[in-house]
Design a protein around this ligand. Structure first.
Ligand SMILES: NC(=O)c1ccc[n+]([C@@H]2O[C@H](COP(=O)([O-])OP(=O)(O)OC[C@H]3O[C@@H](n4cnc5c(N)ncnc54)[C@H](O)[C@@H]3O)[C@@H](O)[C@H]2O)c1
Length: 373
C-alpha cells in the first residue's frame, strides 16, 4: 500500500456526518485526501462527490473496498450497520474510523475489535469531543493541576431531535437521546478523568415530546461513579428546542471551569430579517440567535481526522479506539438497565443478550409494572 503522499480515504455514507468528514478533510488537507465515497441511494454519493471534488463514486461500499489505494475508510452510516461495515473494511485491509456509537450491541463491538486486530488494521473511534479545542483546553488545565482533585465532570448535549428517520427507529439506532448523545458524554467524562473504570451508573429517562414518532427516550439524566472517586453527570435531550447545545462543567477541590461549546464562541445576534445559518439544528435565524463560526474546527472533527490519518501511517498512536467505544457501550447497556430497573447498576455488569441497548429499558419488567398500560 502506498506509504507516501497523502493518506487516501474512502467515506461510507453521503449525508450528515459523511459531509462533515468530507468538509473536515478539506479544512485540513495536508495529511489526507478523500478519493471515494459510497452510499446506496442513487445520486446522493455523486452529489457529495461533486461538492467536494471526490473522484470515485460507488453505490455499494464493498465495491469501494476493492480499490487498492484506499488506506482508511470512515464509516458515517446508521448505527446498525457499523459492525458489518467495520468487519468488511478490516477484511479488505483498510484502517477504520467508525462513527459513534461504536455498534448496536456489546457482542458486535467485541467482534469489531477482534476482527480489526486479526487483520492488522486500526479501529479508531469517531469521538470528536476529545479533539474539541475548548474542551481540550479544560483538560490541559485540569491535568496541570489548575482545579486540584477533580470530583465532578458534567457534560450535556441537547437538541430537538435528529435529522434522519433511522435515528427514531430503535431497531436501526439502538436507542434514543442517551444512545445517540450520551455516548459522547460517557466517552468525555471517562477520557477527561484519565480513563478510570466506571464503577456504577444511574439513569432516568423518558419520552416527553416525541412519543408520536419514536419508542425511544427523548431525554435522559445519567450519573456515573468512577473508580478514582469522581462523578460524571450527563444530560441528553432530543426534546430541547433552539438548536444544538453542548457544554461541560469541571469541578475540583481547588477550582472550576465551564465551557459552552456553541454560545461561548458565538456572536450574540438579533435580526428581524434572518440570515443564512446560525448553528447545527437551529430552526431559525430571526430574533435572538447565536451564530457560530468555524463550526467544524470548534467541534474538533478536522483535528480528529488528521490525527487518525497520521495513525494510519504509523506516525501517531490513536487517542481514541474501538476499546473506548466498547467501554461506552457497556455503560450504555448498564444505563438503560438502570433506567429500566429504577436503581443504580454496578459495573462490570453482566448485560443480558439483547438485540439493542434500549431493550433493557423498554422491556424491563420493573418499568412495565410502573407504567399503567
Ligand atoms: N460525531 C458526531 O457528532 C456525529 C454526528 C452525527 C452523526 N454521527 C454518527 O454518524 C453516523 C451516520 O449518521 P448521519 O447523521 O450521517 O446519518 P444520515 O442519515 O445523515 O446519513 C446516513 C448515511 O448512511 C448511508 N447508508 C445507509 N445504508 C448504507 C449502506 N448499506 N451502505 C452505505 N451507506 C449506507 C445513507 O445512504 C446515508 O448517506 C451515525 O452512526 C451517527 O451516530 C456522529
Amino acid at each position: 500500500m502506498a506509504n507516501n503522499g497523502r493518506v487516501k480515504v474512502g467515506i461510507i455514507g453521503s449525508q450528515f456526518q459523511a459531509e462533515i468528514h468530507a468538509a473536515s478533510f478539506q479544512i485540513a488537507p495536508d495529511k489526507a485526501e478523500v478519493v471515494a465515497v459510497a452510499s446506496p441511494t442513487p445520486g446522493n454519493a455523486a452529489a457529495l462527490a461533486r461538492k467536494f471534488g471526490i473522484s470515485r463514486v460507488f453505490t455499494d461500499y464493498r465495491e469501494m473496498l476493492k480499490e487498492k489505494d484506499i488506506e482508511m475508510v470512515t464509516i458515517a452510516a446508521p448505527n446498525s450497520l457499523h459492525a458489518q461495515m467495520t468487519n468488511d473494511c478490516a477484511a479488505a485491509g483498510k484502517h477504520i474510523v467508525c462513527e459513534k456509537p461504536l455498534a448496536m450491541t456489546i457482542a458486535e463491538g467485541q467482534e469489531m475489535i477482534a476482527v480489526a486486530k486479526r487483520h492488522g488494521v486500526l479501529l479508531m473511534y469517531g469521538e470528536e469531543l476529545l479533539f474539541t479545542p475548548k474542551y481540550l483546553k479544560a483538560k490541559e488545565m485540569a491535568d496541570a493541576g489548575a482545579f486540584g482533585k477533580i470530583y465532578l465532570v458534567k457534560q450535556s448535549e441537547k437538541h430537538f431531535g435528529p435529522h434522519s428517520e433511522w435515528f427514531w427507529d430503535v431497531n436501526r439506532s439502538g436507542g434514543g437521546a442517551f444512545m445517540d448523545l450520551g455516548c459522547h458524554g460517557i466517552a468525555f467524562c471517562y477520557w477527561f478523568l484519565g480513563r478510570p473504570a466506571i464503577k456504577s451508573i444511574y439513569c432516568q429517562m423518558g419520552t416527553y415530546v416525541h412519543a408520536d414518532k419514536t419508542q425511544a427516550e427523548d431525554d435522559s439524566l445519567c450519573i456515573l461513579e468512577f473508580a478514582n472517586g469522581a462523578l460524571g453527570l450527563i444530560e441528553n435531550s432530543w426534546a430541547r428546542r433552539g438548536g444544538m447545545d453542548d457544554r461541560i462543567e469541571v469541578y475540583g477541590a481547588e477550582g472550576v471551569t465551564y465551557a459552552n461549546l456553541h454560545m461561548g464562541n458565538a456572536l450574540p445576534t438579533y435580526s428581524e430579517n434572518g440570515y443564512g445559518y446560525a448553528v447545527e439544528k437551529a430552526p431559525t435565524t430571526k430574533g435572538w440567535t447565536y451564530p457560530v463560526f468555524e463550526e467544524l474546527w470548534n467541534y474538533g472533527t478536522p483535528q480528529e481526522l488528521t490525527h487518525f490519518a497520521r495513525c494510519a501511517r504509523g506516525k501517531e498512536t490513536p487517542q481514541v479506539t474501538g476499546e473506548d467505544g466498547l467501554v461506552v457501550l457497556h455503560a450504555l447497556y448498564a444505563g438503560y438497565a438502570s433506567a429500566g430497573e429504577g436503581r443504580k447498576i454496578a459495573l462490570p455488569f453482566q448485560a443480558p443478550a439483547v438485540k439493542k441497548p434500549i431493550d433493557l429499558w423498554l422491556n424491563s419488567p420493573a418499568r412495565r409494572r410502573a407504567i399503567p398500560q
